[in-house]
Ligand binder design. Structure first.
Ligand code: C5P
Length: 242
């Protein structure tokens, strides 16, 4: 099965994360480990998840000088993870250093970049000196990310159609802010259903609380995967497996 669902393992400690992950079907989803869990549980937890057979997206959004980011990317890759990320705003020298660092490895992870955080709107961008529409800024950064040789970006599903059209099929789009139609949107603002996100061109969907807080997490995973499959099928020619 083409696993396009990434479950955000947003738990405060290793015990809770492992207890939850132990019940998840390795064949039906990948996992994302972010700051909260990594800071508390460390690299050992990541290696355990990889050992259980999961593809792990280590979401640490590196943003520092090129040499430091390159070293961090190498260290992250040594954990055996499937995907890592950096901030596109780190600039082209930093992006290139990250690409070179993972490119020299025997089994490199996918390397993607965060463009504009989905929590930032036009006003907030202006506040940090960027006088552009978020969509324009996302596209400009995505173009730089592609030029530097990364595999794709994290973006809002609402930008996916534009990016797919401008960046082509090979460029991976990883989209958080996904909510099945019957679920609570919580603190997310610009949400999209799994089906619409796939139709817009997203390659991978990051879903956290609708799965982690559900009474029956496996049923939610199954239902999201069904939505993904039917949307992908309806796109037929455009659908691409990784
Ligand atoms: O629980 P929920 O589905 O909202 O979780 C979404 C996950 O995606 C969280 O781990 C969050 O940190 C992450 N994320 C996001 N928006 C971004 C980047 C990452 O929601 N722009």
């Amino acid at each position: 099965m083409d696993k396009r669902l990434i479950v955000a393992l947003d738990f405060p400690d290793a015990g809770q994360a492992l207890k939850f992950a132990a019940h998840l079907p390795v064949q039906q989803c990948r996992l994302k480990v972010g700051f909260e869990l990594f800071v508390s549980a460390g690299p050992g937890l990541v290696e355990k998840l990889v050992g259980l057979g999961f593809d792990v997206f280590l979401d640490l959004k590196f943003h520092d000088i090129p040499n430091t980011v390159a070293a961090a990317c190498r260290s992250a890759s040594q954990l055996g993870v499937w995907m890592i990320n950096v901030h596109a705003m780190g600039g082209q020298a930093m992006l290139t250093a990250a690409v070179d660092a993972v490119g020299s490895l025997e089994k490199p992870p996918l390397l993607i970049a965060v463009t504009v955080l989905t929590s930032m709107d036009k006003l907030q961008l202006k506040g940090v000196g960027v006088d552009a529409e978020p969509r324009e800024q996302v596209l400009m950064l995505a173009q730089q990310v592609a030029q530097c040789g990364l595999d794709g970006v994290v973006c809002s599903a609402q930008e996916a159609a534009l990016l797919k059209q401008e960046m082509g099929q090979e460029f991976k789009l990883v989209t958080p802010g996904i909510r099945p139609s019957n679920s609570d949107i919580s603190d997310q603002k610009r949400v999209m259903t799994p089906k619409d996100a796939i139709l817009a061109g997203a390659n991978y969907l990051v879903v956290g609380r609708p799965i982690t807080t559900a009474k029956d997490s496996l049923a939610v995973i199954e239902s999201i995967n069904q939505d993904i499959s039917s949307a992908a099928l309806s796109m037929s020619g455009c659908f691409e497996s990784d």
